[in-house]
Every structure is written in structure tokens, then in C-alpha cells.
Design a protein around this ligand. Structure first.
Ligand code: BES
Ligand code: ZN
Length: 903
């Protein structure tokens, strides 16, 4: 192995949490009945391979239990008496092993050993199962429908008439298929599935494949049998029994697409149908591989923890991720729905057709799907201007990756909590950003043909990180052969983001690379090195120059003397750039006199780089603030929102520390007054204008800008007077509600509306308005409603806690609530899940003092047994350290700068 890789591996092993229970010495593992359990590892043995599952499942929506049976055809690779597979919280009634003619191998009832800490069971066959033979494993089982959001779980909704209806739905990724059926629940074990579902006459049943036939089986029950599936991993299996209503359409290639929603939200399904039809057609062309199933369903489930899930042929969504009401939902809501559909449909190829071998490479699913959201929307919906958001994706990744608590894109994950934690900004966003860098380097055509080759080569099978790089074309650059695998390993096997330093002397550019860290480590092992495709523009060249940096430092010679150089064109590369004194001066001056000489992406990335460098203590806040001085004449939403976003986050930090800083507010407003005053309170214009308006007006009201408050209050009053009958402009409605929520009657009215609204995007706007109240009793009441789970569904609790925490008044309240209800919270949102991580990061990263840091550390210590293996704890605490440092460095500068501006 290359020396670098050895070093990287060593680093990763040092930094990452090792699983404590991946394997324990034989003999120590006792099953629940006290007998030795025959397998000691978290991962299943590889000598028994499932080939075909025949599943029968019957959920009873009255008793809220389900029973099932599964016959699994297995291939035996080594002689053995034991079959070890996954099962979690299931009661196993019978277990038998059958030979290839389906005759019983033994007359006895087979004993089943359970080993709950590894979520495994083992079945003992008195007769040896011989290698090369085929057998069937037959099991009967049952359990209550799960109460949370994983496995086979219960979901409910209320009709307008007040009736509560129940449905049962599945969510398996990553490790919950084992909660619904005993199975070999690892992505490598691909098999075919034949599913049968029993249901009552007023319900329908859905699964991955189309319905083949329905049989009436007596007692008022029906049994739906579905076509046999393609070969797929267990986490992609899905089944649902419900009474939802649908709309359907067909793609040009004959795929039947159906959107489902609860009956009273049926009219909100039409946009999703159009989007799914167009996006599926796009992907079939882009990947040059037809979607292999005859149908694809998209279904909005009333209780759903994640945003959406890509089950093959039966994708599931949160209502806000699928339903769109043209009268009520905003421009951003529409963009969100389109992106989520673009994401889940991309998975039908990336993830479903080709699956990562193990969860350490989940970025092959999620990084690609995130990136394809942008590629597909840009092609199919150019008017949505999705490219405006791509930089935010990379900025988000950098936020995490510039702290030492980050991790490599491919990293070790063994137990379920560690696997859950892999679904993070590193897999999704950093994954997407390095793919973007690669695509720019290879050209669009080179990238596309490479991934087509990869998909063809590994279809219906599994792949690793290196398989992707091996599938890409042999690339030549400046006459030299580039080792793409070596290059990409520097991005996927080591954590962190490079900082490129540039010093210009005459025509010479002295370039260096180092690891960018916001908190500099005293003993940072400086062996970090990337292969970086550099690009740059100068005052004298319209086209971009390219260079690959593979060493710590290098010298480039420009063709001629120039006034300025900007590296990382359009921020297509995943790195931060720091210029010398003259370099920053020249760019600041350029922005001031002629900002359109740079693209909007270049402008936004300069602002971003400057403030990152401020946090790291490499650039003074004054310099960064001077750089954004030009924003008075900026008209593009991306750099504007970038600059405004920084000012808002400073304000929040200051406000929380009770520093009454009116100067800051008026200072910031005076900066942006022109942009704010220009906004109309309407839904007019292109999507980018509408998004800008939404954000700018919300910020202006947040900063208490009087004309904004007056207008919002006026709109709010007319809305209340009409008893909600007049429709507010959708893009400003949230701001209007926020202003309305500030007095008692407004708050009460919004809470009442929250209870009766039939539109989830509207409800989420009500909720964020309610959570912006400055009255801590109201905030407590909201949190209480959240944990109670009736008026405010449990699925919305993590975002509610976050909303309260980010409100300066609710900041400690949210933290105290999390501490007090910790046990209940982990029961609802398992360790490692999106939910619990959002709760931790959402509350903790609001802190910015040493006392608060100690408080947080003490709490985590008190629950150390549960959380010691979670990365999110380090991420959260390191963020607080960063905030503390930022304030101690910059508070004074901020004050002086504002005073100077205002005088
Ligand atoms: N495969 C995931 C769903 C998932 C997330 C499963 C976490 C297990 C753990 C799905 O494709 C996904 O990424 N969903 C996103 C929404 C999407 C638009 C990015 C989510 O749930 O946030
Ligand atoms: Zn995904």
C-alpha cells in the first residue's frame, strides 16, 4: 500500500471511535436462555447467503400488532449446524429448516437462541447443512407495530371531521428491517423478495413491486400478492397498509408513477407527480439505464422521522417533502419538494441498483444522491436556479470539516448507532462537493461516462469507494497521466479541508497547502496532503487556468503582470484560499469598484473564505468586514444572503450574551436598507427574487426594522380579520406570522390555526412563528406539547427544540428541556439518528461561554455510557469552543467597526 494510505489509515484509526463490541472472545456471549451464542461478531457470518425471501405479513390496525412468516431460500457456503441472522424485538414462534424439496430436516422444533445486544438470533439444525446445497429457513414471528419511526411502525392522522385513522408503514434503513422480519440485514446480502400482505377491505396494501393478485381468504380479509422483486438489499424492502388516496401518470418509457397522500391532502399531490415523471425520465437518459421496475410510488406518510426514503419502487416521504399546495406553499417549499424527489429518484440507481458493500461507504449512496439533486434540477427545472444553493451545501460541509472532530468520508462504522451517524453532512454534503470538483476536473462528459460505466459494472451488486475511481476514465492532464484513484483517496480517506495560501511577487505565485482548522491544534500532525485541482482567474484572463497541486508548495508563473488573482473559480474546488495582504486588498478593491468582474459564486466564496479565516484567527475581522462593504451595491441573492447571514449570526451571539447592541442593528440595517426597501410584499418574480425576498424580509423583521414590522403587522391583522380567509403572499407569510406571534392574542390564534390546518408546510411556518415568541412561558408550553405528541407530532419535536434554542429567550429553556427529558428523547430518537443529533447540535451550538461549555461537558459526562461512542458529542463541544474563541477575538473589533461606520 502507498505510504500515504498507511499514514491515513493510522490517523483514522487514532481519531475514530473504535467499536467496543464488534467482537468479543468466544464463550463469553451468552444467549438470553443462558446457553452460549455461537457467533461473537456484530456482522453476520458470510457462509450462509439468502437468495429469496417469501414473506407473508399481516398487520392488525385495531390490535396494533403484526404477525408474519418468512421462508428464506439460503445458499450454504461452509458446512454448519447454525444459521445466524438478524432479529430485533420480534417474538419467534417457530423455526424450521427445510431441504431443497421443502421437506423438514428434523421432526423436532428447532431451538432459537437470541442475542439481543447484537440484534441476532441463531437457529440450530441437528442435521449439518452442507456446503453447496440449497435449504429453506422457515420462521413464524410477531410483534407490536413499532411506536417510533423504525421497522414496521404505526402512523396516524386526523380527518377534518376529527376521526383518527391508523396506517402501518416501514422504514428500514440502515438497520431496522430486522424489526419487521428475521433477515440477513446487511447491504451485501442482496436477494429477491416475494411479498404477500393481509389486510381488511377498507385498506390497500403497497410494496416495492406491483400487485400480482388478490385473494379473499375469509373473515373479511384479503391477501395481496406482489410480483417478485429484483435483487436488492434488505434495507430497501418496504410495505404499507393504509387508506390513502392517489394520482397516477406514466413516463414516456412506460413506468407507472403514483403519488399517495391522506385523502384530505390529495389535491396537494399533483406537483409531485409532474416532478417525478420528469425527473425519472431525466435519470433514465442521464444514466443510460432504464428504471427496472414497472412502477414507482411516492407516498407521504403522516409520521416520518427522516425527510424521505428511497425504498425501491415505494419511496416514502414526510408530508412536507412531497406535498405542495400552490395556494399556500412558498417558492422554497416547491424547491425543497423537487430536490427531495430528485434525491430519492437518484437513489433508484445510486444505492438501489448499485449499493455500497458496507455502511463505511454510505457516501456512495448519499453523496451521489445529494449531488444528483443539483445535476437533475439544473437540467429539468432551470428556472428553479438550484445552482444558487450548491455553494451552501459546500459551506455546510466545511463548517464541520474544519473542526478536528470531523471524519474521513469513508470511515469505520460497525454498530447500529455508529452506522446511523454516518448519515451526516460529511457523507452527504462533502460527498457532493468532492464529486462536483471531480466533475469539473473531468468535464461533464467524462464524469457522466465514468459513472455510467460504474453503474453498469456493479448493477444488482455492491461496490466500494475504489470501484468508483477504477471506473473513471484514464485521465491525462498537461500531457501527464493522472492517477485519479490516488487523487480521490486524498479526499475520501482523510478528513479535513485544505487551505491554499497564495503569495504573489511580480508574475510569480507562491502556493502552499495545509490543513485548515478553525481551532488550531498544538500538535497537529501536519502529514495532511491533498491532490488539488487548482483553478484561477486573473485581471488579464477571462478563461480559467488550471494546475494540479500535489505537493506542500509550488510556484506558478503568470503569463503577464496582473492586478488581481482569484483562486478556486466559482468555488468548484473543495478548498479555502488565503491571499497575502496585497492579494486581499486587490480583491476588496475590485469588489468595491467593479464587483461584476467576478461571478456571483466567486463573490460569495470570497465572503465565505474571509469569514472562515477570521474564525481561524488568520484574517482580522476588520478585513472581512471591509470586504463586504461592497454589498451595498450587490444585487445577486447568493452573496447578499451570505453577507447578511454572517451579520445575523454575529447579532445572535451578541444578543444572547445580553449585550444591548442597538448600534449593531442599525449599522447592519443601514448597510442593507436599499435591498430591504426594494422588496415588495408579494409572490412576484423569478424564484431567485422570491427566495431573496423571503430571507431579506425575515431578517429585517428579526432585526426589528420598523418599516418591516409595520407592514408585517398590517398584513397579519388583515389576515386575522378575514379569519384566515385571505391568502397571504406565500413567501412572506412566515415573517408575517412571526410578527403576529409577538402578542398574546396573536400567539393563541396561531396555535389554534396550527391545530386545524391541513397543510404541513403552512403548519411548519406557524410553528416557527410560535417558537419565535419572546415569552418563555409560551416556549415551555410549546416544548410540552411537543413531548406530548398529540397537537404537535413527535416527528416535529427535534426541529421544535432547535427553533426554541435558536430564540435567545428559549436558549436555556431548550437545553434544560433536553437534559430533563433525555431518556424519553433517546427512546423516541435512537442514538446516532438524525433526530437526536439535531437535538444535540441544535441546542449546544448556541452556547458561547466557558461556563456553558463546562455545563455541556458535565451533562455528557453524566450520560457517558450512552454517548461515548457518538461523534456528535465531540462535534457539538468543539463548536462551542469555536464560538468562545470567536467572541474573545472579535467582540471589541465589532464594536469599534460599527462605531466608526455610524459616525
Ligand atoms: N436514505 C436516506 C434516508 C435515511 C436517512 C435513512 C438517514 C437512514 C438514515 C434518504 O435518501 C435521504 O437522504 N433522506 C434525506 C432527505 C433528502 C432530501 C436529503 C433526509 O431524510 O433528510
Ligand atoms: Zn439519500
Amino acid at each position: 500500500m502507498h505510504l500515504l494510505l498507511v499514514i491515513l489509515f493510522f490517523l483514522e484509526a487514532q481519531f475514530c471511535v473504535q467499536s467496543s463490541d464488534s467482537s468479543s472472545p468466544a464463550g463469553e456471549n451468552l444467549a438470553t436462555n443462558g446457553l452460549p451464542f455461537p457467533w461473537s461478531k456484530v456482522r453476520l457470518p458470510s457462509y450462509i447467503v439468502p437468495v429469496h425471501y417469501h414473506l407473508l405479513i399481516h398487520p392488525n390496525l385495531t390490535t396494533l400488532r403484526f404477525n408474519g412468516s418468512v421462508k428464506i431460500e439460503i445458499d450454504v457456503k461452509n458446512n454448519t449446524n447454525w444459521v445466524v441472522l438478524h432479529s430485533k424485538n420480534l417474538k419467534i414462534f417457530t423455526a424450521t429448516v427445510l431441504d431443497e424439496h421443502e421437506a423438514h430436516l428434523s421432526d423436532k422444533v428447532l431451538s432459537v437462541l437470541e442475542y439481543p445486544s447484537h440484534e441476532q438470533i441463531a437457529i440450530f439444525s441437528p442435521k449439518i447443512l452442507t456446503s453447496g446445497e440449497k435449504y429453506f429457513l422457515y420462521l413464524e414471528f410477531g410483534a407490536p407495530l413499532s411506536d417510533g419511526f423504525y421497522g414496521f411502525y404505526k402512523s396516524t392522522y386526523k380527518t377534518k371531521a376529527g376521526e383518527t385513522r391508523v396506517l402501518a408503514s416501514t422504514h428500514f434503513e440502515p438497520t431496522s428491517a430486522r424489526m419487521a422480519l428475521p433477515c440477513f440485514d446487511e447491504p451485501i446480502f442482496k436477494a429477491n423478495y416475494t411479498v404477500r400482505i393481509r389486510r381488511g377491505p377498507s385498506h390497500i396494501a403497497l410494496s416495492n413491486m406491483p400487485l400480482e393478485q388478490t385473494v379473499e381468504i375469509g373473515n373479511g380479509l384479503f391477501e395481496d400478492q406482489f410480483e417478485v422483486s429484483v435483487r436488492m438489499s434488505s434495507y430497501l424492502l418496504a410495505f404499507i397498509v393504509c387508506d390513502l388516496r392517489s394520482v397516477s401518470g406514466m413516463t414516456a418509457t412506460g413506468i407507472n408513477i403514483t403519488i399517495y397522500a391522506v385523502p384530505e391532502k390529495w389535491h396537494q399531490t399533483h406537483y409531485a407527480l409532474e416532478a417525478a415523471l420528469r425527473l425519472l425520465e431525466f435519470y433514465e437518459q442521464y444514466f443510460n439505464i432504464l428504471y427496472p421496475l414497472p412502477k414507482l410510488d411516492l407516498i407521504a406518510i403522516p409520521d416520518f422521522q427522516a425527510g424521505a426514503m428511497e425504498n425501491w419502487g415505494l419511496t416514502t416521504y414526510r408530508e412536507t417533502s412531497l406535498l405542495y399546495d400552490p395556494d399556500i406553499s412558498s417558492a422554497s417549499d416547491k424547491l425543497w419538494v423537487t430536490m427531495v424527489i430528485g434525491h430519492e429518484l437518484a437513489h433508484q440507481w445510486f444505492g438501489n441498483l448499485v449499493t455500497m458493500e458496507w455502511w463505511n461507504d454510505i457516501w456512495l449512496n448519499e453523496g451521489f444522491a445529494r449531488y444528483m439533486e443539483f445535476v437533475s434540477l439544473e437540467a429539468v427545472y432551470p428556472e428553479l436556479k438550484v445552482e444558487d444553493h450548491f455553494l451552501d451545501t459546500c459551506f455546510g460541509a466545511i463548517g464541520r470539516d474544519s473542526l478536528n472532530s470531523s471524519r474521513p468520508i469513508s470511515s469505520l462504522a460497525e454498530n447500529p448507532a455508529q452506522i446511523e451517524e454516518m448519515f451526516d453532512t460529511v457523507s452527504y454534503d462533502k460527498g457532493a462537493c468532492i464529486l462536483h470538483m471531480l466533475r469539473n476536473f473531468l468535464t461533464n462528459e467524462g464524469f457522466q461516462s465514468g459513472i455510467i460505466r460504474y453503474l453498469r459494472r456493479f448493477k444488482y451488486s455492491n461496490a466500494r469507494n475504489e470501484d468508483l475511481w477504477d471506473s473513471l476514465i484514464k485521465y491525462r492532464f498537461a500531457g501527464e497521466h493522472i492517477d485519479l484513484k490516488k487523487m480521490m483517496y486524498t479526499w475520501t480517506l482523510q478528513k479535513g479541508i485544505p487551505l491554499i495560501t497564495v503569495k504573489r511577487q511580480g508574475r510569480k505565485l507562491y502556493i502552499g497547502q495545509e490543513r485548515f482548522l478553525k481551532i488550531v491544534l498544538p500538535d497537529d500532525p501536519s502529514c495532511y496532503l491533498w491532490h488539488i485541482p487548482l483553478t484561477y482567474k486573473t485581471s488579464h484572463s477571462d478563461y480559467e487556468m488550471k494546475h494540479i497541486l500535489t505537493t506542500k508548495s509550488d510556484v506558478l508563473t503568470l503569463d503577464e503582470e496582473v492586478d488581481w488573482v482569484k483562486l478556486n473559480s466559482d468555488m468548484n474546488g473543495y478548498y479555502i484560499v488565503h491571499y497575502d495582504e496585497e492579494g486581499w486588498n486587490a480583491l476588496t478593491e475590485l469588489l468595491r469598484i467593479n464587483h461584476t468582474a467576478l461571478s456571483f459564486k466567486d463573490r460569495a466564496s470570497l465572503i465565505h473564505n474571509a469569514f472562515q479565516l477570521v474564525t481561524a484567527g488568520r484574517l482580522s475581522l476588520n478585513r472581512a468586514l471591509d470586504l463586504i462593504g461592497y454589498l451595498k451595491s450587490e444585487t445577486h441573492n447568493v452573496p447578499l444572503l451570505q453577507g447578511l447571514g454572517y451579520l445575523q449570526s454575529f447579532y445572535k451571539m451578541i444578543e444572547k450574551r445580553n449585550i444591548i447592541f442597538r448600534d449593531f442593528l442599525s449599522g447592519s440595517i443601514s448597510y442593507f436598507r436599499d435591498v430591504i426597501d426594494k422588496q415588495s410584499w408579494s409572490d412576484d418574480g423569478m424564484v431567485s427574487d422570491r427566495r431573496l425576498r423571503e430571507e431579506v424580509l425575515s431578517l429585517a423583521c428579526d432585526f426589528d426594522y420598523p418599516p418591516c414590522l409595520e407592514k408585517a403587522k398590517h398584513l397579519y391583522n388583515s389576515w386575522v380579520e378575514s379569519n384566515g380567509a385571505i391568502s397571504l403572499p406565500t413567501d412572506v407569510s412566515e415573517t408575517v406570522y412571526m410578527v403576529g406571534a409577538q402578542d398574546d392574542s396573536g400567539w393563541a390564534y396561531l396555535l389554534e390555526k396550527y391545530g386545524v390546518s391541513m397543510c404541513e408546510t403552512e403548519k411548519s411556518k406557524f410553528l416557527s412563528a410560535l417558537a419565535s415568541s419572546k415569552d418563555s412561558e409560551k416556549l415551555s408550553r410549546l416544548l410540552q406539547l411537543g413531548i406530548n405528541g398529540t397537537l404537535i407530532k413527535t416527528q416535529n419535536l427535534p426541529s421544535l427544540i432547535y427553533l426554541v434554542a435558536k430564540n435567545p429567550v428559549g436558549h436555556f429553556l431548550a437545553w434544560d428541556f433536553v437534559k430533563k427529558h433525555w431518556d424519553e428523547l433517546v427512546e423516541k430518537f435512537p442514538l446516532g439518528s438524525f433526530g437526536i443529533r439535531n437535538i444535540i447540535v441544535g441546542t449546544v451550538t448556541q452556547f458561547s461561554s466557558t461556563e456553558e461549555l463546562r455545563e455541556v461537558e458535565d451533562f455528557f459526562k453524566s450520560i457517558t455510557e450512552q454517548v461515548s461512542e457518538l461523534r456528535v458529542i465531540q462535534v457539538a463541544t468543539e463548536n462551542v469552543e469555536k464560538n468562545i474563541m470567536w467572541l474573545s477575538r472579535n467582540l471589541e473589533t465589532m464594536r469599534t467597526w460599527l462605531q466608526q461606520r455610524l459616525n
